[in-house]
Write a protein that binds this ligand. Structure first.
Ligand code: FAD
Ligand code: DHB
Length: 391
C-alpha cells in the first residue's frame, strides 16, 4: 500500500487532518486500532471554539453541527451567593458551541466513508518506521490479521495520549523534553436524560469542591463534580451524585433538574506537554503531544488547531516542495499549546478546592475580580472562546 500521508489514529485530530488534506487533493490513509462502534461511542469533550466550528464548516462537515449544535454566548461563574454571567460577544465578539466530540467524530467518519480516503478500523501492531528519511512507512496488522506495510511521504501521529508515535519522536530528537503536572483531584462526570436547568454552562466554586453544569442537547445534561482521584465510581450512587450537585450549585430561587443517569465515570486530571512535535517526517498532533485538564474545554479545540496548522504545512511540502511551514510547525503549534496549557491550569487552579483556606481566599478573590473587572473578564473570554490560529 502507498499513500502520501499515513495517519495513525481516528480521533478528531486524525479524521479532520485526513479531511483537510483531501480537500487539497492530497491522499491519506487513516489507521485506527479500535472499532468504529467504539470510536463513535466514546463520551468526551463538548464545547467547540469559534475557530473549530469555522474549520469544520469550511471542511464540509458543519451541517449537522449548525442544525443540532447549541450556540452559547457566555458562561455563568458561581461562588456561594453569586452567579455571574460573562457575555462573550460583548467581551470579545465571539461565541462557542455545545456539540459533543462524539457527534464531531460521527460526522467526520460518515464523510470519510462516503467516498473519502481509506479509513481502516481494528488494525493492530502499528509501528512508524524510517521517519528520518524521505520514505517513511507504517507497519501494521489489518483487521483480518494480515501484516501490511503502508509506504508514505509523511506520517501523522494523531494516536492520542497512549499511542505509539510520541515515543518514536522523543527517541530520535536531541533535546526532547516532557513537562507534566498531575492534579490532586479528578472529575466525576455524568450524562443524564434531564433538560438542562440553565441557559449557559455554570462553573461553580464551592467549599465541597468544583462543579460544572454542561449539556449536550435540550434534553440531555452533562454534569461534573470534583472528587478525589482515589474515589471509586461504585461508591457514588445516583442519589449521592445529585445531592452533591444540588449542594454545589445551590442558589436562592433556582433548582437543579434531575433525570435518569445514562453514563458515569471518573476522569483523572493532568497537564502534559511533549516537545518537539516533529521528528523528520513524523508529525504529532492533538493528545499524542499534549494533554490539558478539562476545565476550560481546550483539549479537542487544541487538537483541531494543531491539524489546521499541520494540514497547511503538509500541503505546502507535498504540493510545492517547500519545507518552511513543516520546519516551523512544532514551534508554532507549541506556542498555542502553552497558551492553552496556561489557561486550563489557571481555570483549574481558580475553581478546584484543596482544603487549604489560604488558597480558598485567593480563589474567591480571583473570582470576584473576574466578575467585577471587564479587563479580567475579557482575558477569560478571549481564551475560552479561542485565540486566533497563528500561521
Ligand atoms: P484521541 O481522541 O485520543 O484520538 C486518538 C485515536 O488514536 C483514538 O481513536 C485511538 O483509539 C487511536 N489510537 C491509539 N493508539 C493507537 C494505535 N496504536 N494504533 C492506531 N490507533 C491508535 N476535553 C475537553 O475539552 N473537555 C472534556 O470534557 C474532555 N473530556 C475528556 C474525557 C476523557 C475520558 C478523555 C480521555 C479526554 C477528554 N477530553 C476532554 C480531551 C479531548 O477529548 C481530547 O483532547 C481529544 O480527544 C483529542 O483528540 P485526538 O484526536 O488528539 O486524540
Ligand atoms: C464540558 C467539558 C469541559 O471541560 C468544559 O470546560 C465545559 C464543558 C463538557 O463536556 O460539556
Amino acid at each position: 500500500m502507498r499513500t502520501q500521508v499515513g495517519i495513525i489514529g481516528a480521533g478528531p485530530a486524525g479524521l479532520l487532518l485526513s479531511r483537510l488534506l483531501s480537500l487539497q487533493g492530497i491522499d491519506s490513509v487513516v489507521l485506527e486500532n479500535r472499532s468504529r462502534d467504539y470510536v463513535e461511542a466514546r463520551i468526551r469533550a463538548g464545547i467547540l471554539e469559534q475557530h473549530t466550528v469555522d474549520t469544520l464548516t469550511a471542511a464540509g462537515v458543519g451541517d449537522r453541527l449548525r442544525r443540532e449544535g447549541l450556540e452559547h454566548s457566555g458562561i455563568h461563574l458561581q461562588y456561594p451567593g453569586t452567579r455571574h454571567t460573562l457575555d462573550f460577544p460583548e467581551l470579545c465578539g465571539r461565541t462557542v458551541w455545545v456539540y459533543g466530540q462524539t457527534e464531531v467524530t460521527k460526522d467526520l467518519i460518515a464523510a470519510q466513508l462516503a467516498g473519502g480516503p481509506p479509513l481502516l478500523f481494528e488494525v493492530s501492531d502499528v509501528v512508524p518506521e524510517d521517519v528520518d528519511g524521505d520514505s517513511p512507512r507504517i507497519r501494521f496488522t489489518d483487521a483480518d490479521g494480515t501484516p501490511q506495510v503502508l509506504e508514505c511521504d509523511v506520517i501523522a501521529g494523531t494516536d492520542g495520549f497512549h499511542g505509539p508515535s510520541r515515543a518514536v519522536v522523543a527517541a530520535g530528537s536531541a533535546g526532547a523534553q516532557v513537562w507534566e503536572r498531575t492534579y490532586p483531584y479528578a472529575w466525576l462526570g455524568i450524562l443524564a436524560d434531564a433538560a438542562p436547568a440553565t441557559d449557559e454552562l455554570i462553573y461553580a466554586w464551592h467549599p465541597d469542591g468544583f462543579a460544572l453544569y454542561s449539556m449536550r442537547s435540550p434534553t440531555v445534561s452533562r454534569l461534573y463534580l470534583q472528587v478525589d482521584p482515589a474515589e471509586r465510581i461504585e461508591d457514588w450512587s445516583d442519589d449521592r451524585i445529585w445531592e452533591g450537585l444540588a449542594t454545589r450549585f445551590a442558589l436562592d430561587g433556582w433548582e437543579i433538574s434531575t433525570g435518569p443517569i445514562t453514563e458515569k465515570s471518573i476522569l483523572p486530571m493532568r497537564s502534559f506537554v511533549s516537545a518537539p512535535m516533529r521528528r523528520g517526517r513524523l508529525f504529532l498532533a492533538g493528545d499524542a503531544a499534549h494533554i490539558v485538564p478539562p476545565t476550560g474545554a481546550k483539549g479537542l479545540n487544541l487538537a483541531v488547531a494543531d491539524v489546521t496548522l499541520l494540514a497547511t504545512a503538509l500541503t505546502r511540502l507535498l504540493k510545492e516542495k517547500e519545507t518552511d511551514l513543516v520546519d516551523t510547525y512544532s514551534d508554532t503549534a507549541l506556542r498555542r499549546v502553552w497558551r492553552c496549557t496556561h489557561f486550563s491550569w489557571w481555570m483549574t487552579s481558580m475553581l478546584h478546592t484543596s482544603g487549604d483556606d489560604f488558597d480558598a481566599q485567593l480563589q474567591l478573590s480571583q473570582l470576584r475580580r473576574v466578575c467585577s473587572s471587564e479587563t479580567a473578564a475579557r482575558e477569560l473570554a478571549e481564551n475560552y472562546t479561542g485565540l486566533p490560529i497563528e500561521g
